[in-house]
Design a protein around this ligand. Structure first.
Ligand code: KG4
Ligand code: ZN
Length: 343
C-alpha cells in the first residue's frame, strides 16, 4: 500500500485529474481540453464549459486512477480546486469530489487554483521555493502575492481589468489567429519586430501602484489594425509583416509590464525570490526576458515547467501541504468563484 491523493481540476475549460504520491511523484494524469467547443465563439462560454466538464469528469478521473494503479485504499484524500474559477465549472469538479469522498469515506481538501499555479513552480525541486513573491499570469488572472509558505499568502495586486492571457487571446482574434490565441500569437511574434509599434505600457511608470491594466492596450492594438473609430476590418487582408510586427510589439508591451511590475514587487517586499506560473508563463519570450532580468538583479527565479503552466490537476499536489497541516475540509465545502485576498 502507498499513500496518494486524487486531485481534480475544473476551474475553467480543462477537465483534469491526477494521482500524486506523498513524495510528489505523478502516478497518473489525464486532461481533457475543450478548445474545440469554444473556438467558434473565440472565448470560453461558461455554460458550455460546465456541461462539457459534466460529460468528462468521471472518465478523466477513471483514466488517471487506472494509469496510477492506485486502489481506493491507497487514497489519503480527494483534493479539488474550489476557487477561483467559473461557477458552473467549479461546481462540477466539487460535486464529483464530494461524491467520491462520501462513497469512499475519504477526507476532502479544497485547493486554491491560483495558489496551485504558484506551487507548480516548486514541483520536482529538492528545496522549497517559499517564501517568495508569487506571480500568476493566466487567462483569468494577473496577480502578485506575498507567499509566506505554500499555504499562507497575502494578495498584493492584480489587474484592474483584463488578465494578460485574456489580452493575448483577444488580440489574437483581431489578427485572425486561432483560439486560444496566446501560443499562436507568440509564434507569429517570432517573425516580427518588437520595436515596430510603440504600444502603451499601462501603469508601468506608476511606481506607487503594483496593479496591471491591459484593456487600453487591447484598444490601442485594435485602433492600429482598424484605424481610429472603425468597428471592423479584415484580418486576412493585413500584410503578413505588419501582422507579425503587431504581434511582436504587443507581446513586448505585455512582457515589459509583467517584468517591470514583478520587479517592483520584489523590491517593495524585500523578498528576492520570484515564482511564476499560469498559462502566459509558458510564453518563451517572457520566460527568457524575465530570466535575464532576474539574473541581472540577483533574484532567484522559478518558473513552472511549460506543461505545468496551463491548467492541470498535477499542481493539486499542494493538497499534501494542507494534509500535513491537518487542513481538511468537510462535505459542506463550497465553491468560491471570486479571487480570495488572503489565506
Ligand atoms: O492557466 P491557464 O491554462 O488558464 C487560466 O487559469 O486562465 O491559462 C490560459 C491562458 C490563455 O489565455 C492562453 O492564451 C495563455 O494562457 N497562453 C499563452 C501561451 N500559452 C498559453 N499566452 C502567451 N504565450 C503563450 N505561449
Ligand atoms: Zn489556471
Amino acid at each position: 500500500m502507498f499513500r496518494c491523493v486524487l486531485a481534480i481540476e475544473s476551474t475553467c475549460d480543462e477537465t483534469a485529474a491526477a494521482v500524486i504520491s506523498e513524495d510528489g511523484k505523478i502516478l497518473g494524469e489525464c486532461i481533457a481540453t475543450q478548445t474545440e467547443l469554444h473556438e467558434q465563439y473565440q472565448g470560453v462560454v461558461p455554460e458550455i464549459a460546465a456541461r462539457a466538464h459534466l460529460d468528462r469528469i468521471l472518465p478523466v478521473i477513471d483514466a488517471a486512477l487506472q494509469q496510477s494503479n492506485a486502489s481506493v485504499s491507497d487514497l489519503v484524500a480527494i483534493a479539488v480546486a474550489t476557487h477561483p474559477g467559473l461557477p458552473g465549472s467549479l461546481l462540477v469538479g466539487l460535486s464529483a469530489a464530494k461524491g467520491l469522498a462520501l462513497a469512499w469515506r475519504k477526507p476532502i481538501v479544497g485547493i486554491n487554483h491560483v495558489q496551485a499555479h504558484i506551487y507548480a513552480c516548486g514541483m520536482g525541486r529538492p528545496e522549497s521555493v517559499f517564501p517568495c513573491i508569487g506571480f500568476v499570469v493566466s487567462g483569468g488572472h494577473t496577480s502578485l502575492y506575498h507567499c509566506i509558505s505554500p499555504t499562507e499568502w497575502i494578495y498584493i495586486s492584480g489587474t484592474i481589468d483584463d488578465a494578460a492571457g485574456e489580452a493575448f487571446d483577444k488580440v489574437a482574434v483581431m489578427l485572425g489567429l486561432p483560439f486560444p490565441g496566446g501560443h499562436a500569437l507568440s509564434k507569429l511574434a517570432e517573425l516580427g519586430n518588437s520595436k515596430a509599434i510603440p504600444f502603451p505600457r499601462p501603469m508601468l511608470d506608476d511606481k506607487t501602484r503594483l496593479d496591471f491594466s491591459f484593456s487600453g492596450l487591447k484598444t490601442a492594438v485594435r485602433y492600429r489594425i482598424a484605424g481610429t473609430g472603425k468597428q471592423s476590418w479584415n484580418a486576412l487582408a493585413l500584410a503578413p509583416q505588419l501582422k507579425a510586427d503587431i504581434a511582436a510589439s504587443f507581446q513586448q508591451a505585455i512582457i515589459d509590464c509583467l517584468v517591470g511590475k514583478s520587479m517592483q514587487a520584489v523590491k517593495k517586499f524585500g523578498v528576492k525570490r520570484l515564482c511564476v506560473g499560469g498559462g502566459v508563463a509558458a510564453n518563451r519570450e517572457f520566460r527568457q526576458q524575465l530570466t535575464q532580468t532576474c539574473h541581472r538583479m540577483q533574484i532567484e527565479l522559478h518558473i513552472a515547467s511549460p506543461e505545468l503552466c496551463t491548467d492541470n490537476a498535477v499542481m493539486g499536489a499542494l493538497a499534501w501541504e494542507k494534509i500535513k497541516l491537518g487542513q481538511f475540509d468537510t462535505l459542506a465545502l463550497d465553491a468560491k468563484p471570486g479571487l480570495l485576498r488572503k489565506c
